[in-house]
Design a protein around this ligand. Structure first.
Ligand SMILES: Nc1ncnc2c1ncn2[C@@H]1O[C@H](COP(=O)(O)OP(=O)(O)OP(=O)(O)O)[C@@H](O)[C@H]1O
Ligand SMILES: [Mg+2]
Length: 246
């Protein structure tokens, strides 16, 4: 009898079997992951990490430790050289391009430098990405209003980004990342350009999003935001996980 991993099994069937074999109670599972860039040294080594559905986890560690690289493996911007990366039970190291782009729709990403379109209003910045995936104009409008309410910016919807504070701009970027209701939100140094008060405003949004059942992973070296939220922290040093705990 043919086993799921037999070389004669069709690739699609093998992928389905691999996906089924993964535990789906985890939103994220990395198993012995290694990553390097173009002939360089390994910038991530022996990474084992599990993040449950609905968890809020910080990735911290000094500059160059590998935080951004780790996040980029989670949303498929980079592919691990060794080991496995499971997102919502799917092994993303084995997905085809089309399957990967589908999976990425379920992941919201927020960066340090907001990346808002300067000539678009707050509303347009958030509505923008929905056309590409075929959401009707009416549904898009409804979703934009809902996320604007979530980040407490409903009354600023017609302003251009330059008329907003840094904290408000970052909240727009978070709203944009959330508008397609992804079950996973990933943020890379989301408070890096913000003063402490604005940083806490942004963290309040992440906390609320997490309370509404979204899994949240935030890379930061800002101790004060980690203390403010008080959730699990994973520390990277020289590409390896040093300590997992609260
Ligand atoms: N695209 C790339 N090509 C080559 N090397 C890279 C690339 N991106 C990152 N690196 C290297 O990988 C290592 C880890 O970088 P990474 O950006 O993941 O660290 P980080 O923890 O996010 O740092 P920071 O806190 O400064 O953002 C560094 O040595 C960096 O120089
Ligand atoms: Mg980084």
């Amino acid at each position: 009898m043919q086993t799921p991993s037999s070389p004669r099994t069709k690739p699609a069937a093998r992928r389905a079997a691999a996906a089924e074999a993964a535990p789906s109670q985890d939103m994220i599972r990395l198993a012995n992951v290694w990553k390097r860039y173009e002939h360089g040294r390994f910038v991530l080594q022996t990474i084992d990490l599990q993040v449950g559905r609905g968890e809020f986890v910080f990735i911290t560690g000094p500059s160059g430790a590998g935080k951004t690289t780790l996040l980029s493996l989670l949303y498929g911007a980079e592919i691990a050289d060794r080991g496995q990366v499971f997102i919502a039970g799917r092994n993303i190291t084995r997905l085809r391009r089309k399957e990967l782009s589908h999976l990425r729709r379920g992941i919201g990403v927020v960066f340090q430098d907001f990346k808002l379109l300067p000539r678009r209003t707050v509303f347009e910045n958030i509505a923008f990405c929905q056309r590409a995936i075929g959401v009707s104009a009416r549904e898009a409008r409804r979703r934009v209003y809902a996320v604007l309410k979530l980040v407490s910016l409903a009354e600023k919807r017609d302003l251009y980004p330059r008329f907003l504070s840094g904290g408000e701009q970052q909240r727009v970027a978070i709203a944009r990342a959330l508008v397609n209701r992804p079950p996973l939100l990933i943020a890379d140094e989301p408070t890096g350009n913000l003063d402490p008060e604005m940083a806490n405003e942004v963290m309040d949004v992440f906390k609320e999003v997490n309370r509404l059942a979204t899994t949240v992973v935030v890379a930061t070296h800002d101790r004060s935001v980690i203390e403010y939220v008080g959730s699990r922290t994973v520390r990277l040093e020289f590409g390896q996980i040093m300590k997992v705990g609260a």
